[in-house]
Design a protein around this ligand. Structure first.
Ligand code: NOJ
Length: 739
């Protein structure tokens, strides 16, 4: 059994004690009370109505209660007025911070810094738990290889290894120093599973993932999150190969419970049990309830189908009461593990003491700093030397847009506490520089007239440098906010061109929830920092990077396409039988009237070539790092050995800086086709100017295992390439063999 791995709850004695308490409680529960525990609702009606339903034992969990005083009132109804006194589980989407907002998860992934991500999740948990939230619907572990999908913003990007590391770090952070610690917040591994692979990058759309793809790519981050102790799992909205996750018994019972031994709780996504009717997978809501409980869903979020039909289904013999008992056990186990029975109330004065502390803001600032990726720095324009400038024009719709820089899913983040780049530069350099400001556009989608653009060029030419903050408003990414076209919206490309025409140095910062197709815009800026949506402290972090108080170290957690039509484009693709060579004729080189042939043809797009604009793992620094060829301790290994790989890394520049060193492998021949490269480990390494260091990795050969032709997870003997490199396309490989 996979017990929760946090200190207190993982001890056998505590586990036994909890199971005994569950048995005792369950033996006293009526069917109605059991069904009540499976019912999760959002706030509705008056407090009195809600308290009455809670005291009748009709609600097991509530989401979106935001007033700490209300939490105690509602909890009192559960603990002191219901027959059995079972506490409520209060849930909330705390996705990248509660009050102190950290960068969006995609930005957090760009840090490649699990310790910092864990610290951020801990801070979110301390703040949220002070408001009574003891369950967050995070981490989102959906592998996202399609930037059209709005929820890529909530993901850790395209790679299973990075997503595993980030997800596990978040779980550790949320659940804190012991499951029954009152600042501990139960994590929710979501969305189980495949949701990020929706066809066309359109939210809620169907997926067609094979079991092998699921096991090799989409499931591993969930496995890791559960092994890190994640107490809950949320089913996804999509149907995979025709089966909605909420009704997928193979997924929720055979795999999750029987194969993985998971003993936490499974909740549906919002109304996803009810939506099985809309899918045409259930005939009506009664059928939906039957299918969800048969599949292994414990708690019904907001579709009411359990509350409406489970009793009748049990009485009709269509659902075994044992299935309901199992669901209730899983729910009560989470409540016991969180210590809610012993400590149900919150100290309402605590929230003022724990939010926006200096430590919280410093961590958010560091995370924003590490999450920004430097994609261009012509002539080493950055960092700017403030002592050599007299004036700077801060411009663009994202320069002073506190709500937008927080990004998607920030219900509790407060724009009034957010420090924008404009506020930060004024605070830090206002006494030394003449700082002009012109948003030019009020929001990212706004169209500008030629006259407005010309006026901007004139204005910009009066300054020594232009800092242009553009990108996407927060609402252009996130749930249901998908795009078919990823070019900069409104007139922002033209704005970049207008800045360029001023003849002054241009630094562009893009804040966005996803990779945008910026290939044609690059020539219009000397430097480009991709900041995602950087959160509460995004402003100071970006100004520190621009003026060199900090050095960029972020690396792309997702491939940037040249053009939308290339999607999906990701680094760990399979090798085709006719891979692109880089020598392909593009559309302009293809002679008019050329004859059709399949001889010598390769896999690419005539109008986009093959490669991405920027590969996964890519990011520049204010220094350059040199990698020597990786060294291995041996050439031959058995599948139970550990590969010791190392590489000399040298900082060739004049500034101390941090490099994200990445270890990739390729399995040359498999029983099924293998990816051209796979990330297996990474490390942040800080070097002084001129310093060289041997960076070492211990890679258990078991990490080379995959689900091959016979659908068994194993390491297949044969030859492997190994790279230690600064991104997914560079580096020299070394060969080794698994015997
Ligand atoms: C729907 C979203 O898909 C899910 O991620 C979220 O946690 C729930 N709504 C609850 O708000």
């Amino acid at each position: 059994m996979m017990a929760c791995q946090t200190d207190s709850a993982s001890s056998d004695a505590t586990d036994r004690q909890i199971e005994n308490r569950i048995d005792e409680l369950l033996s006293r529960m009526t069917i109605e009370e059991k069904i009540g525990q499976t019912n999760q609702l959002t706030l509705y009606g008056t407090t009195e109505e809600l308290c009455a339903a809670i005291s009748r034992g009709e609600i097991g969990s509530l989401l979106n209660v935001i007033d700490p005083a209300d939490v105690n009132t509602l909890q009192r109804a559960a603990v002191e007025q219901s027959r059995l006194g079972i506490p409520l589980l209060i849930a909330r989407d705390v996705i990248h911070g509660y009050r102190t907002v950290f960068p969006i998860p995609l930005g957090q992934a760009a840090t490649f810094d699990p310790e910092l991500i864990e610290q951020g999740a801990r801070i979110a948990a301390v703040e949220a738990s002070a408001a009574g939230v003891r369950w967050t619907f995070s981490p989102m572990l959906d592998i996202s290889r399609d930037p059209r999908w709005g929820r890529i913003a909530e993901s850790s990007g395209e790679d299973p290894c990075l997503t595993e590391a980030m997800g596990a770090a978040m779980v550790r952070g949320y659940q804190g120093g012991g499951a029954d610690d009152p600042t501990s917040v139960a994590a929710c591994a979501k969305h189980f599973v495949g949701y990020g692979a929706s066809e066309g990058g359109r939210d809620y759309n169907s997926t067609s993932l094979t079991e092998r793809q699921l096991r090799n790519i989409y499931l591993p981050p969930f496995r890791s999150a559960l092994q890190s102790g994640a107490m809950t799992v949320m089913t996804s909205f999509n149907d995979n190969d025709g089966i909605p996750s909420t009704g997928n018994k193979w997924l929720l019972t055979d795999l999750l419970r029987n194969e993985w031994g998971y003993d936490g709780m499974v909740v549906t996504d919002w109304n996803s049990a009810g939506e099985m009717v809309t899918h045409g997978f259930a005939a009506d809501t009664r059928d939906a309830a039957r299918k969800a409980i048969a599949a292994g869903v414990d708690m019904d979020m907001m579709s009411h189908v359990y509350a409406q039909h489970l009793k009748e289904l049990i009485e009709a013999g269509e659902v075994d009461e044992k299935q309901l008992d199992d669901a209730v056990r899983n729910i009560l186990r989470v409540k016991f593990r969180l210590g809610l029975f012993d400590n149900p109330y919150i100290d309402t004065a605590r929230i003022a003491r724990v939010t926006y502390t200096e430590e919280n803001l410093a961590a958010a600032r560091r995370c924003a700093e590490e999450s920004a990726v430097l994609l261009r720095n012509e002539g080493d324009l950055l960092p700017l030397d403030a002592s050599k400038l007299r004036s700077v024009l801060v411009a663009g719709p994202l320069a002073d847009a506190p709500a937008e820089q927080l990004g998607t899913w920030t219900f509790d983040g407060e724009p009034s506490h957010t420090v924008t780049p404009l506020a930060a530069i004024r605070a830090q350099y206002g006494d030394r520089l003449r700082i002009g400001f012109d948003a030019v556009a009020d929001y990212s989608r706004q169209r500008l007239s030629p006259a407005q653009l010309a006026a901007f060029t004139t204005e910009a030419s009066r300054y020594d440098a232009i800092l242009l903050f553009i990108g996407e408003e927060a609402i252009l990414s996130g749930e249901a906010h998908c795009l078919a076209d990823l070019d900069l919206k409104g007139s922002q490309s033209e704005l970049m061109a207008a800045a360029r025409r001023s003849g002054k140095p241009v630094v562009t910062v893009i804040m966005a929830g996803r990779p945008l197709t910026i290939a044609r815009d690059l020539a219009n800026t000397d430097a480009l920092l991709y900041a995602f949506h950087p959160g509460t402290m995004g402003g100071p972090a970006l100004i520190d990077l621009i003026f060199g108080r900090a050095v960029p170290s972020g690396k792309l957690p997702v491939t940037f396409p040249v053009t939308t039509g290339q999607i999906p484009v990701y680094y760990a693709h399979h090798m085709t039988g006719r891979p692109a060579t880089g020598n392909e004729l593009l559309i302009d080189q293809t002679p008019v009237g050329a004859g059709q042939t399949s001889l010598g043809c390769t896999s690419y797009h005539l109008d986009a070539g093959f490669g991405p604009l920027f590969p996964f793992g890519y990011g520049l620094s204010y220094t350059t790092f040199a990698y020597d060829t990786p060294q291995l301790d041996k050439s031959f290994y058995t599948a139970d050995e550990t590969i010791h790989a190392s590489c000399r890394l040298t900082n060739n520049g004049k500034r101390a800086a941090t490099e994200v060193v990445q270890l990739y492998i390729r399995d040359r021949v498999g029983s099924t086709v293998r990816p051209v490269r796979e990330l297996k480990d990474f490390r942040r390494v800080t070097l002084r100017p001129g310093e060289s260091r041997i960076v070492e990795f211990e890679l258990p050969a078991d990490r080379l295992a995959f689900w091959g032709l016979d659908m068994q997870r194993k390491v297949e003997p044969g030859e492997f390439d190994l790279w230690i490199a600064g991104d997914s396309q560079s580096g020299t490989s070394t060969l080794f063999t698994i015997q």
